[in-house]
Design a protein. Structure first.
Length: 466
């Protein structure tokens, strides 16, 4: 038998998925269409036993997640599209909570569907929706609560602090190891835990921090960026908090072996000579050795050693170092490889000296899918960062220029964009546009025309994202 908590989580996910199916089919067909009716029927048979045992079912949007009766529903790859779809539809309507208060009938669901669809033409969609649901006894709804502007800047500060705290921590680790001090795994875990917590709350902001690439001390920022990306990917893959924290930790340590590479080689502004490459290529081996020397050898430090050793080996095992005994790349290594390549390619200071635009880096990575990179994990990664990742400079068909500010998991090519140059070519203080916004006749209001190179336009990402 399945663990009861696991079982509950599966049912919760199923419920979210089922309600998404109902709304989705209702958007394409009339509410009395067979497809809609059968979806509604399935939903009813899924939710009623739940209502019976719990007394009430409350589905609430909290940040980027659904909560059912105050428990966060895990994201699952299987239902990824439907989850993202439903999240977007809730937000589009300013809908925060749907409460099922008693055993529901097909009539209840019909009313909910009609309100859900019928409110779309109204200015205040939530108001319209609640009006349409006035007669509903078993279902009620509540408006989505928004974080105020002021709170917003406070959150930014906390995110920034968490990020920079992790960077200075990684810096500290290296100097401690170099001076022969032992590194405490416990303390490292706490630092990563604070990033995991932050990511659950403020995924987009924390991911935004990784998009700023012109920091000094790139090596340390790189470790933290890879850790954040790995945490986010692990989270998308529905790994539990313990596993995500462990993954974040091994990702943070993946380049530990770089400390043995002489700084003049590591920071060399031009390409490496053959001898220099030979030295750099030893860092996975040195990293594994260093990981095993961490204080309190445990499972996590062994995993850190494995990942440090394997992170340039690639999915097809044809990278470096030559590994005679490895049959298959470790799961964590496959994740870290993706995050590492992405961050390295989009940064100026690692190996390739010219940074790639995020969308270009992704297309290089797509070419590596199935050979250097795990194809399934890469798909989830791209879905996560979006076709135009945060920080991409874009030129819109409306002739406005802006930076991608927030990914849209449902429409990868329709992120939220912070406009910095208006259609008259004037620099503006920045206003945010949602490219998934449609006009009355159902056409998208704005679209991306092309991506641009921020270096060419002298745009400092940090200025806008911090
Ligand atoms: Fe590396
Ligand atoms: Fe790296």
């Amino acid at each position: 038998m399945e663990h009861p908590e696991k079982e509950l989580n599966r049912e919760a996910k199923n419920l979210i998925n089922q309600i998404a199916v109902v709304f989705r089919s209702a958007q394409f067909h009339s509410p009395s269409n067979v497809a809609v009716l059968s979806a509604a029927e399935k939903f009813i048979s899924a939710i009623n036993p739940f209502i019976e045992s719990e007394g009430m079912i409350e589905i609430e949007v909290v940040g980027e997640f659904f909560h059912i009766n105050e428990t966060r529903v895990r994201y699952s790859v299987e239902f990824l599209l439907n989850f993202d779809y439903l999240m977007k539809e809730f937000k589009d309507r300013g809908l925060g909570t749907v409460r099922f208060k008693g055993i529901i009938s097909p009539v209840d669901v019909q009313r909910l569907i009609r309100a859900f669809i019928g409110c779309l033409k109204a200015d205040d969609r939530f108001d319209a929706m609640s009006e349409l649901m006035q007669d509903s006894r078993n279902i009620d709804i509540e408006r989505l609560r928004h974080v105020t502007e002021e709170g917003d800047s406070d959150i930014r500060k906390v995110v920034k602090k968490t990020y920079f705290n992790a960077v200075s921590f990684s810096k500290g680790i290296i100097s401690k190891i170099k001076s022969g001090e032992k590194i405490s795994m416990k303390r490292s875990k706490r630092v990563v835990e604070s990033m995991v917590d932050m990511l659950l709350e403020e995924e987009q902001l924390l991911m935004g921090m990784t998009a700023i690439k012109d920091y000094d001390d790139y090596t340390y920022h790189h470790s933290v960026n890879v850790s954040i990306l790995a945490i986010a990917l692990g989270h998308k893959l529905a790994l539990g908090k313990k596993a995500v924290t462990e993954l974040g930790l091994v990702a943070l340590f993946h380049d530990l072996g770089k400390m043995n590479v002489p700084p003049d080689v590591l920071n060399k502004p031009s390409s490496f000579t053959e001898q220099e490459w030979a030295i750099v290529k030893k860092h996975p081996f040195w990293g594994a050795k260093a990981a095993l020397k961490l204080k309190g050898l445990d499972n996590t430090s062994i995993k850190a050693a494995v990942v440090a050793f394997e992170h340039h080996l690639n999915y097809n095992l044809k990278g470096y170092p030559v590994a005679r005994f490895t049959k298959e790349l470790d799961f964590y290594s496959r994740i870290v490889t993706i995050c590492d390549q992405y961050d390295a390619m989009t940064s100026a200071r690692v190996y390739s000296r010219t940074p790639l635009r995020p969308d270009k880096a992704l297309s290089v990575m797509v070419d590596r899918s199935g050979n250097m990179l795990d194809p399934v994990l890469l798909k989830v990664f791209i879905n996560m960062v979006g076709v135009y990742p945060i920080g991409t400079l874009v030129f819109l068909k409306s002739r406005e220029m802006g930076l991608v500010h927030e990914a849209n998991p449902l429409y990868g090519n329709r992120p939220r964009v912070l406009v910095i140059v208006n259609s008259q070519g004037k620099k503006v203080k920045g206003y945010v546009l949602d490219l998934s916004e449609k006009d009355q006749s159902g056409n998208f209001v704005r679209s991306i025309y092309k991506t641009l190179d921020p270096n060419k336009y002298n745009i400092n990402l940090a200025e806008y994202l911090l």
